[in-house]
Design a protein. Structure first.
Length: 153
């Protein structure tokens, strides 16, 4: 009589031990956005604007998924920071290196504001997160959302 009970007890014990192995803290799924191109840029009070640059993020959604992300900074003449030279904009790392990396990180975040920052570009990384969140919260395809300075993070 005890033999049929042993496998049943062992099975229950095994199932209970496996139940603790599931990952219940999965990342939230990004919300589906209507297809289109969304743009956000930092306002005049942002830290980068104080140095003559305005950060801008342009993302594109297709079939509800993020398919492209381009982050860059522009001066008053429309010049891109990513195209500056070490002589005209001495920074380590060079903008030509970290701006494409930040754009890639935005795309890898899959349509969330959980964007990995880039070492040496803290302000731009924080701005990218704030702009992506603004797009998710109130972005309208074809229009530009203007974003205030993000809180330090």
């Amino acid at each position: 009589m005890k033999k049929p009970l042993v496998p049943a007890v062992l099975s229950v014990a095994l199932l209970l031990s496996l139940a603790g192995c599931t990952n219940t803290a999965a990342a939230p799924a990004p919300s589906a956005m209507p297809d289109g191109t969304y743009t956000a840029e930092m306002d005049d009070a942002s830290a980068e604007a104080a140095y003559g640059w305005r950060d801008r993020l342009v993302v594109e959604y297709k079939d509800g998924a993020l398919v492209s992300a381009v982050f860059d900074s522009y001066d008053a003449d429309g010049n891109k920071k990513s195209e500056t030279t070490p002589e005209t904009y001495p920074m380590d790392p060079a903008p030509a290196d970290w701006i494409p990396e930040l754009s890639d990180n935005i795309l890898k975040a899959g349509g969330t504001a959980e964007i990995d920052g880039v070492t040496g570009a803290t302000i731009a990384s924080n701005n990218a997160r704030a702009m992506m969140q603004a797009i998710l919260d109130s972005g309208v395809a074809g229009e530009t959302v203007v974003v205030s300075e993000p809180t330090a993070g």
